[in-house]
Write a protein that binds this ligand. Sequence first.
Ligand SMILES: C[S@@+](CC[C@H](N)C(=O)[O-])C[C@H]1O[C@@H](n2cnc3c(N)ncnc32)[C@H](O)[C@@H]1O
Length: 450
Amino acid sequence: METNVIYCGDSLDIMKKFPDGSIDLIYLDPPFFSQREYENIWIKDEITKLKFSDKDWENLRSSINPTILKEYEEIEKRWRGGHKGIYVYIAYMRERLEQCWRILKESGAVYLHCDWHAGHYLKMMMDEVFGYDNFRNEIAVKRVRKNVKERKEVKKMNVGYEIILFYAKSDKHFIKQPTKKDIKPERWHDFEASGYRTGMDYELFGRKPKDGNHWRWTKDRAMQSIKEKILRPHPTSGKPQYLIPASTETILDSLWGDLVSSSFKHGYPTEKNEAILERVIKMSSKKEEIVLDPFCGCGTAIAVAKKLNRKWIGIDIARTACDVMQKRVGGKVIGGESDDELRKMNPHEFARLIIMEKLNGTINPKKSGDMGIDGWIEFMTIPVQVKRWGHKVGRPEVDKFRTAVQRERKTKGMIIAFDFTKDCWEEVARIKKEDKIDIQLRSVKEIFNN
Ligand SMILES: C[S@@+](CC[C@H](N)C(=O)[O-])C[C@H]1O[C@@H](n2cnc3c(N)ncnc32)[C@H](O)[C@@H]1O
């Protein structure tokens, strides 16, 4: 199995090609059902359109496996309102998590990052796919708090955390307990604890614990501890006290309030904090094991896996994400360049891929009203238009583009598309002869083959 690679495409299609029991650890941070559209990303100090949608899940209904969807239909009928697409989202995620389960080794584990929008529905679905007994922890990670102006009348509290659902594939998964450096000097602590316990209310230094309380240790252990000088009466009050040794490390529990979830290091929306991934990867994998992130974004999980000497595989459906990842971690990008895959890309991403990545040009930063110019190549001297259409580009498009080139006071331009009509080639020849404007027509295939 090829590792240290980035796959560009839908994680469902890609994971289906992986063999059973081949992956050690999966971390996934999919869209959270947040009802948001993510649009911009900063690359090379330029803003670029990315567009991944976490909205309108209902529209995806027809693309979901009907057998899975059918299971949710009865529940959906009882759904009171709000965002109807939630079970479409759950069914979408379930298809992918079933693949995660299949490809994980028996000793493997999965960490699913989510939040309040769908976390509880995902938990139920994960219990079905991974088994209730394989649930290990619900980890809470601190959210970056937006600095909203203090208002007295609001409808709900600020959301303080995101959730990571941690499941093992089986009992063969063991973790290395995460610890935190926590240097505390040795200290004396009250030996009395609340709650009654039979036999633990013996007399000690002439006292008994208060009614309903107990001493922390059995009588035998207490006697031994007195000899070892780790149990004593308080020098003034006389209350029994025991010595807590100096500690340098404390074992962490599932409340990761010391780490914030997001990072803004690579300009990717929804980018996660490397420290979280470091904790997850160290906890649930060993050196040389394979870490997979099927919704990889700008590649935080795989960058950390690489740093920690794990093998890694990243998958993202957005070409822009795959390019950012490649710059961050190296490795090769597989897929995302067949005609079918390219045609599925959103127009902005497609233009960015061709102009910036393939032709080393500059993309037009205007979101709309770009007047037919998607970018420039050759040190801004040649305006470029990129068409992602399934049908051929014809004469009217060439005429419009000629006007745009003239408006820019340029004498050269380039149109890139999958195919051109015969009329189009004739019009280009006429424009060159009569208007002295040289418009080159290039096929997408030509750009990718070069
Ligand atoms: C929340 S972001 C992940 C961010 C990532 N953890 C990071 O630190 O950068 C979710 C990503 O999932 C990708 N995505 C959405 N649907 C996908 C699918 N079906 N297959 C693969 N990737 C997908 C989006 O393009 C987006 O980059």
